[in-house]
Design a protein around this ligand. Structure first.
Ligand SMILES: [Zn+2]
Length: 95
């Protein structure tokens, strides 16, 4: 088995008519109250019914990345809240 090979489409388990194809999508997940978006996330999507399956390895890797407790003992590290840049104030309108 070579890991450099491009995975081939597999028959869909849901409708068994379509083929699951590897696509790179934007994956959304919640981390606490924050919505996390992961771009170019590999997913298998059926071209007939749209059934979607995620790559197991990618999911577990993502879960590990997103879980603040992953691989750490009991360190109490707080992640600072992200602050949004404020929009520039508008110049006063001509009067
Ligand atoms: Zn299908």
């Amino acid at each position: 088995m070579s890991d450099a090979a491009i995975p081939e489409p597999a028959p869909c388990r849901e409708c068994s008519a379509g083929m699951m194809r590897l696509r790179f999508i934007t994956y959304f997940t919640w981390l606490g109250e924050e919505l996390i978006t992961v771009q170019n996330f590999p997913a298998w999507i059926c071209d007939v019914c749209g059934h979607r399956e995620y790559d197991e390895k990618s999911i577990s890797m993502l879960t590990m990345l997103l879980n603040p407790d992953a691989g750490k003992p009991t360190s109490k590290q707080r992640i600072p809240h992200r602050t949004r840049p404020r929009p520039a104030p508008r110049p006063p309108a001509e009067s």
